[in-house]
Design a protein around this ligand. Structure first.
Ligand SMILES: [Mg+2]
Length: 217
């Protein structure tokens, strides 16, 4: 799918950019609740979601603890938790990230949001004899036009986060963030969460999976 075609799709179907869940950071999610609601596979973006831009270590102790002490207790490290990053193209870099973060990185030939088929093929390879449905996969990321769009176009759960910071990001990303911020503020003003994929009528899905302490802050 060309970028022009994608632009047309998002223009005609703005919901494709509307995340199912918004949280400031990935450690603001109640993962036990997410699992209870049917999410079986987690796919994280790397830059500004788990690490700082182009870095290979967790952004801070809280993110590290969330992954190691919470997520890995609930989900299988080898078959249910993955990273997909548009900034990683080489196997060398892939190995470095996997070693540092302790999460498998799926290397795809296409970039987000075009690489869903490659991602789901990989997850299926890791989970043979299990039927995997798109709505059982949650994508976490700080960008609407890559992470959220990838999930929404394929009926997966989209979890949108704030970036940690904008250090070292190039002008193109900076500009896209400005546009994404404008789009997201429109969604926040008329919040409507489409949860057809979960086959359940879950009201306030994003609030349900957000940690209580976060809501009180
Ligand atoms: Mg990112």
């Amino acid at each position: 799918m060309s970028y022009l075609k994608l632009l047309k799709i998002t223009w005609n179907n703005p919901w494709t950019l509307n995340p199912n869940v918004y949280v400031p950071r990935i450690d603001s999610i109640d993962y036990s609740k997410l699992k209870e609601l049917g999410v079986k596979y987690l796919v994280f973006d790397k830059d500004n979601t788990l690490t700082a831009h182009l870095k290979n270590e967790f952004y801070d102790n809280k993110i590290q603890s969330c992954v190691n002490n919470e997520i890995k207790q609930l989900y299988d490290q080898n078959s249910q938790i993955f990273i997909v990053s548009n900034s990683i193209k080489s196997e060398q870099k892939q190995k470095e990230v996997q070693q540092n973060l302790g999460i498998e990185l799926i290397l795809t030939s296409q970039k987000k949001p075009h690489n869903f088929q490659e991602i789901i093929n990989h997850i299926k390879q890791k989970n043979t004899n299990v039927s995997i449905k798109n709505h059982e996969i949650a994508f976490f990321g700080d960008r609407l036009f890559t992470d959220v769009l990838l999930a929404n176009l394929n009926g997966a759960v989209s979890v949108y986060t704030d970036p940690f910071n904008n250090l070292n990001e190039h002008l193109g990303i900076w500009l896209m963030r400005k546009i994404e911020k404008q789009i997201f503020s429109k969604f926040q003003n008329s919040r409507s969460i489409n949860l057809y994929y979960l086959n359940q009528n879950i009201k306030n899905f994003d609030q349900q999976v957000t940690k209580q302490n976060q809501q009180q802050q």
